[in-house]
Ligand binder design. Structure first.
Ligand code: ZN
Length: 344
């Protein structure tokens, strides 16, 4: 009898993410060893090219406004035809002195990059997210995190070199850090030590987890939070917020949980009216009534994230994939650097 452990079945698309993440981490480690800093655009292209053939991607010719070249529109589509879209901007987290840095405050000709990312996500009616590139194990070995960890520290997680986090989480963290920086000294003891990079990186999850089998957050705190927010006539949403989601809904749920986790920690007194969506404006939304809860994100976060869940891929995705050489709709090429379609 062999004492070998049975190899767990991994879906091919998940293996593609493990392979691509490992390739990106290796390349980042290789560049750092040569004293070369890895850049968003280069790592994004490398990552996407290693996701092929399980994943389809198209890189567009460079849009004029872009200074970084890391905004990709991602769509996860499942066998049932449902799809979840998200506008994703790549950001490098790099070592600076004894600490770490993310260039969130990048200014472009038309304003702050973070505001622009959210405006573009409004244009496509999808949520916005960041992917963070943080090198290989060796590069991350000096990272510290004061938060609690279940098994390993966040920088030691498998695939932690490429992580994802909704942009609203990052925006809120950056704003919290600004508030703390300007707080009067009398309030400082209550605010405590706060490291925004640590906070962002701790909450970002390895991108490869989105396709991993399992992945459901059944934390009772979530269930309670969701139950409190759901209004009349939201039975569809109620179903999404139960355990055991698969396909595009699993990705949508993952993003919703990330926002809800931060929102649950915010004291929200006002009960805001539900958000009703006019389906004639953007067709194919799965949910047309969502809770108005803002969770200090400045907007209904349920609406922001779940507008990305659709009954099918938008027409522009098909058009862009059919003939990427000259068939890319202008609306796409103007706002994003590329398109990634993940078949779940
Ligand atoms: Zn951590």
């Amino acid at each position: 009898m062999s004492a070998e452990q049975p190899v767990p079945y991994l879906p091919p698309v998940h293996r593609a993410f493990l392979r691509a993440t490992a390739a990106a981490e290796k390349e980042m480690g290789f560049l750092v060893a040569q004293d070369v800093m890895f850049e968003e655009e280069y790592i994004t292209t490398l990552l996407c090219s290693r996701l092929v053939p399980e994943v389809t991607y198209v890189k567009f010719s460079k849009k004029q406004e872009s200074q970084v070249g890391g905004d990709y529109l991602w769509w996860w589509v499942d066998r049932g035809g449902e799809a979840f879209g998200c506008l994703v901007q790549a950001k490098v987290i790099h070592r600076k002195g004894r600490g770490w840095k993310i260039g969130f405050h990048h200014e472009t000709r038309t304003g702050l990059q973070m505001d622009q990312l959210l405006a573009s996500s409004d244009y496509f009616e999808v949520p916005a997210a960041y992917t963070f590139y943080v090198g290989d194990d060796a590069y991350r070995s000096t990272m510290k995190c004061s938060k609690r960890h279940q098994v390993v520290s966040c920088h030691q997680r498998q695939g932690a070199g490429v992580t994802i986090l909704p942009a609203l989480n990052a925006q809120r963290t950056v704003e919290n850090a600004k508030l703390r920086a300007t707080a009067p000294p009398s309030k400082l003891p209550f605010l405590g030590g706060f490291d925004p990079i640590e906070d962002v990186f701790h909450h970002a999850e390895p991108l490869s987890r989105l396709t991993a089998p399992g992945l459901a957050n059944d934390d009772p705190a979530f269930i309670r939070y969701y139950r409190m927010r759901l209004g009349q006539g939201m039975n569809g949403l109620r179903e999404l917020l139960t355990p055991g989601q698969i396909g595009a809904r699993k990705v949508a749920r993952f993003m919703t949980d990330k926002l809800a986790q931060q929102a649950a920690g915010a004291f929200e007194t006002a009960v805001l009216p539900d958000v009703h969506v006019d389906q004639t404006e953007v067709g194919g939304r799965v949910f047309d009534t969502l809770p108005g809860a803002r969770g200090h994100f400045g907007r209904s976060f349920f609406e922001h994230v779940l507008r990305g869940l659709r009954t099918g891929l938008p027409d522009y995705v098909e058009a862009a994939l059919r003939n990427p050489a000259d068939g890319v709709p202008a609306q796409l090429a103007e706002h994003v650097d590329g398109l990634v379609v993940v078949y779940l």
